[in-house]
Design a protein around this ligand. Structure first.
Ligand SMILES: Nc1ncnc2c1ncn2[C@@H]1O[C@H](COP(=O)(O)OP(=O)(O)OP(=O)(O)O)[C@@H](O)[C@H]1O
Ligand SMILES: O=C(O)[C@H](O)COP(=O)(O)O
Length: 403
């Protein structure tokens, strides 16, 4: 994989450099609640600015349905990027249309533009190679060189991640180089016990990873929205909790395999349940109760791990030599449901092992709950991406940069 240092050594002054970043930041009412992913790509953008490149930054945000949707505009991320750079950043109101073309054409050397959300175009995420390729062609017309630095999205077979680098000279940015360097350590000689904690809400994406983790980890702790598919597989009532019903047989098989292979698969023993999802805007006190994991009422949903589980998970993390944690243990955006996530974060801070936190929301949770980033071995910007990397999968965005 050629890195940005080689590009800089060759000189990029006056060249249009397309930087595929992951600016998929958490937003509340249009305000960024954690800018970690923007800060993570700054070294790459700054180096290009200093070298006199015309920097064209592109990213997705959320999961809009292939058409413009103001709720998913990248405008807040563009203005935050400008603040962090300390200079104005141009913003194109579309991704490949007239606004993008004019904005890029108007860039002076050392200036930065951000394009509107890549996923406002159906071609970005299209399954059809030709459709993706056609969109990549339009993106390629905006640049001379490609720098891949959106680590959080490298597991996606998307036009800007996979097809575009094939059409332009391509390099890996500093973030991708750092992320791969650290995660590689977890795939090569991992120190044991190796404990993996999994939670979050992207359950269908992440359940598949367990298949591979069962071969690698000594202990798996399951929390967050992921836990309820396991509790269901144990035959428990999960009420209206997040559930991947079609995955129940697979999860049953995982539990059997874990037992056979001597991998400890640890599930919540108690949970915080409520009749309603909390108000994340007002953060009004939630109306919840603590119940044992086999006593979830049919009309309620599990929104965090309970106090007994917090203690149990902390004890299961205490002797770990290596920890990988992806996905909050509960709806941490509301203070009443942040306790499980905070307990796991604290256990990592207390650990003497090498600790890695992966995921946009997990990283945001750690920071918004007031933990010092330096207390962790590494905070990865990729959730699904880091999990799939650990799985040993070929990631489209890395494969394209290696070509
Ligand atoms: N029990 C639960 N029910 C519903 N949502 C939950 C539950 N537990 C956690 N969540 C939600 O999971 C979300 C984070 O999940 P996600 O899988 O996206 O995490 P991540 O891996 O850190 O991020 P990413 O994969 O996007 O980088 C949070 O918004 C949180 O509120
Ligand atoms: O948040 C993430 O994990 C990345 O930005 C990728 O987003 P996606 O899961 O919507 O592809």
């Amino acid at each position: 994989m050629k890195t940005i240092d080689e590009l800089l050594a060759d000189g990029v002054s006056g060249k249009r450099v397309f930087v595929r970043a992951d600016l998929n930041v958490p937003l509340a009412d249009g305000t960024i609640t954690d800018d970690g992913r923007i800060r993570a790509v700054l070294p790459t953008i700054k180096a290009l600015v200093d070298a006199g490149a015309k920097v064209v930054v592109a990213s997705h945000l959320g999961r809009p349905k292939g058409a413009p949707d103001p709720a998913f505009s990248l405008a807040p991320a563009a203005s935050r990027l400008g603040e962090l750079l300390g200079s104005a950043v141009a913003f194109a109101a579309d991704t490949v249309g007239r606004s993008a073309q004019d904005t890029v054409a108007g860039l002076a050397d050392g200036q930065v533009a951000v394009l509107e959300n890549l996923r406002f175009n159906a071609g970005e995420t299209a399954k059809d190679d030709a459709e993706r390729g056609a969109f990549a062609e339009q993106l390629a017309a905006l640049a001379d060189v490609y720098v891949g630095d959106g680590f959080g999205a490298v597991h996606r077979m998307h036009a800007s991640v996979f097809d575009l680098p094939k059409k332009l000279p391509h390099y890996a940015g500093y973030l991708i180089a750092t992320e791969v360097g650290v995660l590689k350590k977890l795939t090569e000689d991992v120190k044991r016990p190796y404990v993996v904690a999994l939670g979050g809400a992207k359950v269908s994406d992440k359940l598949a990873v367990i298949d591979e983790l069962l071969k690698k980890a000594d202990r798996l702790l399951i929390g967050g929205g992921m836990a309820y598919t396991f509790l269901k597989a144990k035959g428990y009532e999960v009420g209206i909790s997040l559930l991947q019903e079609d995955q129940v047989p697979t999860v049953t098989e995982y539990m059997e395999r874990a037992e056979k292979q001597g991998v400890e698969l640890v599930l919540p023993v108690d949970v915080l349940v409520s009749r309603e999802f909390p108000d994340l805007k007002t953060k009004a006190p939630a109306d919840y109760t603590v119940v044992d994991a086999d006593k979830i009422p049919a009309d309620q949903e599990g929104l965090d791990i309970g106090p007994k589980t917090r203690e149990l998970y902390a004890s299961k993390l205490a002797d770990a030599a290596t920890v990988f944690w992806n996905g909050p243990m509960g709806v941490f955006e509301h203070p009443d449901y942040a306790q499980g996530t905070a307990a796991v974060a604290q256990a990592l801070v207390d650990s003497n092992g090498f600790t890695v936190v992966g995921g946009g929301d997990s990283a945001a949770a750690v920071r918004t709950l007031g933990f010092d980033e330096n207390a962790f071995g590494h905070i990865s910007t990729g959730g699904g991406a880091s999990l799939e990397y650990l799985e040993g999968k070929t990631l489209p965005g890395l494969a394209a940069l290696e070509d």
